[in-house]
Design a protein. Structure first.
Length: 331
């Protein structure tokens, strides 16, 4: 004997409301349809489901037990409808975002926290990777969004890239570094201190090489490698080492009195930080809501970093000299 689940739901509604008319109104059905369901159930089971002549309707022991099963199905159905409404409104769901390690830790993790203060029903999964890894993860559907720096030559036609922040690097050091007291910084000053090696695969590796090339140097003393962002910050704070960091990353630690910006205008990369995604992503209202939040947060971060940059008294140094020589050669 097969029992139709919808019949048990109607039985539960009658028990809950105490009458066929009330149950029909609750379920959005006609009274006659609910009455027919009760008759079909009783015939199929061969037992009465309600005590005859009682108002409001009182279930028999068997009817009560079956009604409990219908109530469970009804509750699951209501829960399913709530899940659908919540998903379509973007109030629940999951967003998977990957990005370059230092920037994810310094900026994006804070943006995720502020997002979830207003959207606690959305799960955000954060992962790390450089541009090739992130492209592969977008292709395989492992992530929905990627935050990565890239140049225009790297962009693929099937991926959408939305620029959000210009790439701007600074020379970082501990808060009490000797170079912070110098009014003029020469090439010899830069090579007299140890340096932090950028993470393998990071665009900062190319930036460090570009700095060495500009200075006409083959190498500097590299003393520390492979650390997380917090590890690098703590290492700089406890040593006289130097490191290349994105300005926005250094800005995130401005109030902790651990690291400082050496006010030396260094060569800048020709790339931009942006949000990358598939051009035809699957439907994810929570992802669209999170993307809107990222856009607003990055817009505010960009203004703050640009304002901070104007407060720094940039010093003349070896890079400025090289630029002046190059400019003179164009006259």
């Amino acid at each position: 004997m097969k029992i139709v689940e919808a019949h048990l739901v109607q039985l539960a509604a009658v028990i809950e409301t105490g009458g066929v008319t009330e149950a029909a109104a609750m379920l959005g059905m006609t009274q006659s349809a609910v009455s027919r369901t009760l008759s079909v159930l009783e015939r199929r089971i061969g037992e009465p489901l309600f005590v005859s002549g009682r108002r409001p309707m009182q279930p028999t022991p068997l009817g009560e037990q079956l009604g409990l099963q219908g109530k469970s199905i009804l509750a699951s159905s209501r829960k399913a409808m709530e899940i659908i409404r919540s998903f379509k409104s973007g109030s629940s769901g999951r967003v998977r975002i990957g990005g370059v390690p230092f920037f994810m830790d310094a900026a994006v993790s804070r943006m995720i926290a502020s997002f979830q203060r207003s959207e606690p029903g959305i799960m955000v999964h954060q992962s790390y990777g450089n541009y090739p890894d992130l492209v592969a993860e977008l292709d395989s559907g492992q992530i929905d969004l990627a935050v990565t720096p890239t140049g225009s030559v790297d962009l693929r036609a099937d991926l959408h890239f939305e620029p959000i922040l210009p790439a701007r690097n600074i020379l970082a050091c501990g808060a009490g570094h000797p170079l912070l007291r110098k009014r003029n910084i020469a090439t010899g000053d830069l090579v007299s201190f140890p340096w932090v090696t950028p993470l393998p695969g990071s665009p900062l590796v190319l930036d460090l090489n570009n700095i060495l090339l500009t200075l006409g140097l083959e190498e500097v003393s590299l003393r520390y490698a492979g650390g997380s962002l917090l590890s690098v910050v703590n290492y700089l704070a406890g040593t006289d080492a130097l490191a290349i960091l994105p300005h926005s990353v250094a800005y995130a630690f401005r109030g902790e009195d651990k690291i400082s910006v050496i006010p030396l205008d260094i060569p800048q990369p020709e790339r931009v930080l942006g949000i990358m995604m598939r051009k035809k992503p699957y439907s994810n209202p929570a992802g669209r809501k999170f993307l809107g939040h990222l856009r607003r947060e990055f817009s505010e971060l960009r203004r703050a970093v640009e304002k901070h940059e104007t407060t720094i008294n940039w010093l003349p140094g070896p890079f400025m000299s090289d630029r002046k020589t190059a400019a003179d050669g164009l006259v």
